[in-house]
Design a binder for this molecule. Structure first.
Ligand SMILES: [Zn+2]
Length: 177
């Protein structure tokens, strides 16, 4: 097997790993944003950022728009932060809300930036994603509803969670010290 084919095979494995089925009831309670209210509805952030689609399109690069507003996925190993080991925080590319810290980042081998926990419970929301014939848990920014990636139950201790994210949904802010 030559190097190119090997890399292709590895990328395929990584994609399979990042789209693994999540058993029911795993991870933080699934919430449906905007599903009409009623008892048990998630508390909405008071500082929510809601913009018309053409405004998002103007603000974001085509890749950022495709990922965050259309639920797209960037290629494994060909994105900005999968191999970034610098200390700092990862902000939402849509609204600049700090979402994840490098302290929670780990090498998942998938080719996407992976975290064991967000900075705080209320900075991301999750809900069930039944696209592509799979049941997955989608992760979104709690302030602007940007699609960030998916959540899987095979992360490291202590959370056992793996937030598999798209670099295009994030802005890295290095810690200066
Ligand atoms: Zn956001």
């Amino acid at each position: 097997m030559n190097r190119r084919r090997l890399l292709g095979a590895l990328a395929g494995l990584a994609l399979a790993a990042c789209t693994r089925r999540v058993p029911e009831g795993v991870g933080p309670a699934a919430r449906e944003p905007g599903d009409g209210g009623g008892a048990g509805m998630a508390v909405q952030r008071r500082d929510r950022v809601v913009l018309p689609e053409d405004e998002w399109r103007a603000r974001l690069t085509p890749d950022q728009y495709r990922v965050t507003r259309q639920g797209g996925t960037e290629p494994a190993f060909r994105n900005a932060y999968w191999d970034n080991h610098a200390p700092g925080q990862y902000h939402c590319v849509g609204c600049d809300l700090p979402l994840f810290d490098s302290d929670a980042k780990f090498d998942s081998g998938t080719g996407w930036p992976s975290f064991s926990a967000p900075l705080a419970d209320d900075v991301v929301i999750t809900h069930e994603d039944r696209s592509l014939g799979m049941v997955r848990t989608e992760v979104r920014c709690a302030r602007c509803d940007a699609h960030l990636g998916h959540l899987f139950p095979d992360g490291p201790a202590p959370t056992g969670l793996r937030y598999c994210l798209n670099s295009a949904a994030l802005t890295f802010v290095p810690r200066d010290n």
